[in-house]
Write a protein that binds this ligand. Sequence first.
Ligand code: THU
Length: 132
Amino acid sequence: MNREVTETDLKLYRTAVSMLERSYSPFSGFRVGAALLTKSGEIITGVNIENSSLGATICAERTAFVKAISEGYREFDTIAIASSGQEAWPCGICRQFMYEFAPDLRVVTGTEEDNLRVLTLKELLPEGFRLQ
Ligand code: THU
């Protein structure tokens, strides 16, 4: 299931790490950064943005997707996720959110450059729901 980690994955992961300082996470203290690679080669970043009404929190992955979609990008290759703590795999809401646009998305995560893991979104969300 684990896929090869490419040089591009490493570059994306480093970009995700560089975003951690921009995370707004005063409630959990868990910083998350994401770097989303479009099929056309652009990198769109995101961080988790928490809220006093905890349910209004948006994860780093969705921040990156919302930024990208609203800028006109529709095709995505890979997303890398970094955190200030444990390995961060996308939550269930993010899996569904991303599946809408990119079932074949590669998802890269880990706590260090030398322990990155790569799975596809389809592997993380088998039989995902999408209206045709
Ligand atoms: N979080 C993300 O941004 N992405 C993930 O993949 C896991 C969780 C955020 C949501 C919340 O701000 C904090 O991490 C703790 O759950």
